[in-house]
Design a protein around this ligand. Sequence first.
Ligand code: PLP
Length: 395
Amino acid sequence: MDKDKVIYFDNNATTRTAPEVADAMMPYFSDLYGNPSSMHFFGGQIGRVLEKAREQVAAFLNCRADEILFTSCASESDNTALFGSAAWYGKDMKVITSAVEHPAILQPARRLKAMGHAEVELKVDSVGQPDLDQLREELKGTRNALVSVMWANNETGTIMPVEEIAAIAKAAGAIVHTDAVQAAGKIPLDMQKVPVDMLSISGHKFHAPKGVGVLFVRRGTKVKPFLVGGHQENARRAGTENVPYIVGLAKACELAQANMENENTILARLRDKLEAGLLASCPDTIVNGDRAHRLPNTLNVSFEYIEGEAIVYHLSDLGICVSTGSACASGSLDPSHVIRAMGVPFVALHGSTRFSLSRYNTEEEIDYALAEIPKVIKHLRDLSPFGPGKNVTTF
Ligand code: PLP
């Protein structure tokens, strides 16, 4: 393995922009710079490009083009779904999310609580699946409820039963949003099959650049704009559209749609090889998440008795990029709220490490990782005062 090579196993944090995507974007940085809202021909042609991109994204989600709202990122999409619904329904809206949501949902939900709305975070079980009996209970007697449960978890890859959640919520008259950021490009998202009212995705998680997202808003959904000002996006989101990035996002949707099945088979095989190899070579290692319902690219393991941060830094020295907790939560030494909510044993809480693959990873990289990681884990365990055979058997 080339010693300067980057082995990037952190694709749930962000992905490489696909070369096809970068190529598609280029003209809109230079010659084709018109404003899509302008009335003259120069802007008008860009307006048509924007609408074509909207149609491509709609094809990806199997919905109507006028149900696609372009945003600056999924955090904006998530904030719009929650604050935009609350702005419509007023103070008596109840927000129901899950304990393992991304901060882009949890923080707006908690802010709504501080503003006087009822807010509940559903418990999850040991593999990260939300408690649907609690959901049914919390929906009883509600007038205006918004249920927002993620399609797939960013840390563990656990895929939630969004179709069932939406059916339960709709039967109780609630509005349903799902953060599908980690699901997009990895599993099919079909808005004709899954009756959610709103759904968020982010370009940079599936090979478009950072700084562009989508909020799907089903026709008839009552949601007020989060960004106000101009009349862009059919008066639902102010701000001149980021045309090059939107074109890139549409291209990324097209690529994902064309290659998903094939890529998933390859990714799952590489991920499973990594998982089996690590479990075989590193004792006291557990897999976090729902192995029966999991994104094909994601593996989250806890190496017991050692710290995730130390693992990340040691692997980084070898050119291997992984993460502990979510990318957005790193910088804090607290164990991940996701792993904690799943009730993972204390000795394993701090050593959770996420490997997330993409179409650009290779078997050679997996082999290199499997040769190096067990040495790092052994080294860190030798240094650790904790663990079996040590004076201190727990943190
Ligand atoms: N939701 C989930 C599940 C995520 O993983 C992320 C990014 O890590 C976000 C939302 C935020 O996405 P963005 O970076 O586009 O704001």
